[in-house]
Ligand binder design. Sequence first.
Ligand SMILES: [Zn+2]
Ligand SMILES: [Zn+2]
Ligand SMILES: [Zn+2]
Ligand SMILES: [Zn+2]
Length: 347
Amino acid sequence: MSENEATTSHPESANEGGDKENEFLEPENKRRKTTPSSDKKYKLEERLGGILCCAVCLDLPKAAVYQCSNGHLMCAGCFTHLLADARSRDDTPTCPTCRVEICKTTATRNLAVENAVSELPSECQFCNKQFPRNSLERHEQEECEERVSGCKYHRIGCPWRGPFHEKTNHEQECGHPKKSGAEVMEALEILDQKVMEERKLYKAIFELLGYDKITFNDIQLKPYRSDDFVHRLLYESSRFYVSGHQWLVKAKITENQKDPTQNSERVMTYQLVLKSKVSTALSLSYIVLCGPVGDIKVQPRVYKFDFTEHENETPYETFPLIDAAECNRLLAAKTINFRLIMFWASN
Ligand SMILES: [Zn+2]
Ligand SMILES: [Zn+2]
Ligand SMILES: [Zn+2]
Ligand SMILES: [Zn+2]
């Protein structure tokens, strides 16, 4: 409001007085800087967000920012995606805004934008206060008084979870330390089981690392709405080539409503589709990992599928995100980046 008044009073005061007023009149270009833009209702950080966002996915970049020789910005995920996309089509990658050719050597990082973005405010998911992006992760993991934490006796079965500022009070009153050894056995067995499962997973991964063929592809999923009767949010990658075959990844979000009184839990599932025909069966194992340009939090899980002439799609498997909150975070982003590792033995 006060800014509003300031602009309208400018021309009047200039008209009223003579030379004396002019003496204090700022040069034209400087004055323009201090007058609010036409989007007065938007805060500075929102306007900056619109300027510093990636030209492809329109998100604020979380890691490196690249620019074409004309200065159009791209986040690292979209940049590598453009390069990979062009490579798979045997085409020259171009800037989506101005069509100038881009490649790893002509595109440059833009550190000023990276630093500016990391200073923009971002909201803590627990206390809803705003923090610079570069300190948000530390705040959410180590400092926020509202962050969800567990009781230190969780290993002997205490299921308590609550805001960090209630943790000390709870632990003083927690009944679990007073339980007998026989009573805590059950909790220890569950813990043992978890460790065994983890060990099985690592054993499986180490075995896969011995396979003849291992490839990885950095995949970017883009959302679209289905044309079905019920519009659904679906994701698809562009096609990529592995061992002479064409592949793509599809993903979808399902609402997993176990208890109608509770908020539905969102789950993301994905499938791997073989677009070309195989004459002999291809027994493939695959894992989704974070990759160098993404920031998804996954717990690795190995899936296996036998592709044949008639079976060219894996079932929709759970995209192994650490929790439902991570799923919501991905939904809020415009694209999802991850690394897909594929293992198979040659016949
Ligand atoms: Zn982007
Ligand atoms: Zn450009
Ligand atoms: Zn917080
Ligand atoms: Zn407890």
